[in-house]
Design a protein around this ligand. Sequence first.
Ligand SMILES: [Zn+2]
Length: 381
Amino acid sequence: MRTALVNGRLLTGEGITNGRTLLLSGGRIEALADPQDPRCRDAVTVDLAGQLLLPGFIDVQVNGGGGVLFNDEPSPESIRAIGAAHRRFGTTGFLPTLISDDLDTIGRAIAAVQSSLDAGMPGVLGIHIEGPYLNWARRGVHDSKHLRQLDGGSVSLLSRLRNGRTVLTLAPEMTTPEIVAELVASGILVSAGHSDASYAETTAAIAQGLRGFTHLFNAMGRLEPREPGIVGAALYDENTWCGFIVDGHHVDPIMLKLALRCKRHDRFMLVTDAMPAVGSAASTFVLQGRTIRVVDGICRDENGTLAGTALDMAAAVRNAVSLLGLDVTEAARMASEYPAEFLGLGHELGRIAPGYRANLVLLDDEFKVQRTWIEGLASVD
Ligand SMILES: [Zn+2]
């Protein structure tokens, strides 16, 4: 069956275009067609009423949503609930993210994502394993009892997922460049975070295939006059990607604007780092035995440490426009095309173009999500 999305403003490679009909077929984008195209005649027509149609958002860091924390119960049911909560805010592709835990829980989390992928669960692209190979001094809310060095013995566990992407956040100083190379060779996308690595330690990891930086600036050593450190390496290296939390609380917008001046914008991606609070009315949740309070959209533990966010992707895009001064096309690409490229999925996700998977989000004039499609199937309103 063919679907024709008519009368929308579409974000394409040329920017926002009017007057084109988007034809979907077999879960893919078939064509950007002229409204008179004969293929439109036998299609189910959906009138987008002049609203903005973007590639569906891709979030590579999602700890929870809808009142569910992935660490609490790493199961396909949890993943489904988290995905459903975030889909209401435009996310059509995501990595359930496990924060530092024991190896048995990591194994169960990978198995749960594998089951979800095998069952074709909408939106699941893989897993993000954040820790436990993190620097104690930069642990944030990660439980120090789980933190450890990464030796070669865990590579086979960490690279177990098939047919999906695995992102591993580690502190480069908690392992060796040789093991980073081994992880990369086994297909893992290695991202540096929760780290005090020196510039030399970080660039040694980059030379072995380190691909990105997790929530740039947060839980990282500082730029210093005689030690650029991990942040200096992240900003100076042209090829690696950086995750941005744009909630107005985690990082001063000026810091993010400075980062954007350092390298190509297609190396930055919006992430939520979301906790169960997204898509839930509850004002508290429990993180590994600690009560986290959500006040004015900010999640903190009893010591005041930031504990992830209550940010959703639609809000992240709005904030990228209002706080960082980006135009909507660039903000939208940071939430779709660029994370797709980070994941090595830029050939099939993150753009409105023929042949791409039909993952889409429709926004009104206030950037509120009206509808989403995953593989051509519309969300139920
Ligand atoms: Zn983190």
